[in-house]
Design a binder for this molecule. Structure first.
Ligand code: CO8
Length: 259
């Protein structure tokens, strides 16, 4: 597929995926969502990609779903549009690669929902993060009510969604919505630093860990333990387990070249 709104930059296993629809602050219209969906399929099949960094071009990470596209929608179209976004964000959340959101600017509505579907989130001091949907007469529709409540707790999620007010990067860090705040020019370097710390490890183990951690907010603890046990056991079917443990015992650095 030729991508109109996505830019790909792959170096040493780290893909920087940039959403670039600057005339509309990278707002997610159906085309952008379709491109993201298709890009996730391409990424899953490409084993040269070990970690993905997702960011936005220009002033925004993503300023939400496209309001001009939504303005004329009827109930069924709105539900179909919400499903398209939700399915894509679920695919992102379940992508068997770690995904780091580098939130460079506005992450509003669908933009906040998109960053919450990523595994690790960092933000620049220019970021403004929020769920302003109620000011448009709608609720969040790409998973915001569910993910925000799980990440920051019910009270703060309700405050953010009921007021619609955006918060700063520092406030987002305070409530655990992002892990680090950087100066704008240092944002990608920080994301790459985290990505490199991941790529030095067994990618099979990282992917097994991601699947198990994702279950933590979806299932009861006993089921979660079962999922962890299954993924832990699966690691022993991979050469990386032998290499990682042998390297420790031989007092040398492991070489994980089997992805
Ligand atoms: N959709 C469409 N166009 C947008 C959007 C958007 N979400 N955000 C910005 N734009 C456009 C503006 O209309 C403007 O276009 P033009 O130049 O043609 O007038 C251009 O981007 C630049 O924007 P501004 O001039 O407004 O730039 P500012 O720097 O003054 O302000 C803001 C930047 C603060 C980001 C401002 O543009 C803004 O408030 N944008 C809207 C933010 C918002 O409300 N987002 C939530 C949208 S709703 C949503 O995401 C729901 C998700 C679930 C959907 C479920 C499906 C049914």
């Amino acid at each position: 597929m030729d991508y109109k709104y996505l830019k790909f930059d792959l170096n040493d296993g780290i893909l920087v995926l940039t959403i670039d629809r600057q005339k509309a602050m990278n707002a997610l219209n159906s085309e952008v969502i379709e491109e993201l969906n298709s890009a996730l399929d391409d990424i899953e099949k490409n084993y040269e990609i070990e970690v993905v960094i997702l960011t936005g071009a220009g002033k925004a990470f993503v300023a939400g779903a496209d309001i001009s596209e939504m303005a004329q929608m009827q109930v069924f179209e709105a539900q179909a549009f919400a499903k398209h976004g939700m399915d894509t964000f679920l695919k992102l959340e379940k992508l068997p690669r770690p995904v780091i959101a580098a939130v460079n600017g506005f992450a509003l509505g669908g933009g906040c929902e998109l960053m919450m579907s990523c595994d690790i989130r960092i933000a620049s001091t220019k970021a403004k993060i929020g769920q302003p949907e109620v000011s448009l007469g709608i609720t969040p529709g790409f998973g915001g009510t569910q993910r925000l409540a799980r990440i920051v707790g019910l009270s703060k999620a309700k405050e953010m969604i009921f007021t619609g007010d955006a918060i700063s990067a520092d406030e987002a860090k305070e409530i655990g919505l992002v892990s680090y705040v950087t100066e704008p020019e240092a944002l990608l370097d920080k994301a790459v630093e985290i990505a490199k710390a991941i790529t030095k490890n067994s990618q099979v183990a990282v992917r097994n860990a991601k699947e198990a951690i994702n279950a933590a907010t979806e299932v009861d603890i006993l089921t979660g333990m079962g999922i962890e046990r299954a993924h832990f056991g699966l690691c022993f079917a991979d050469e990386a387990q032998y290499e990682g443990m042998s390297a420790f015992l031989d007092k040398r650095r492991p070489e994980f070249n089997i992805k």
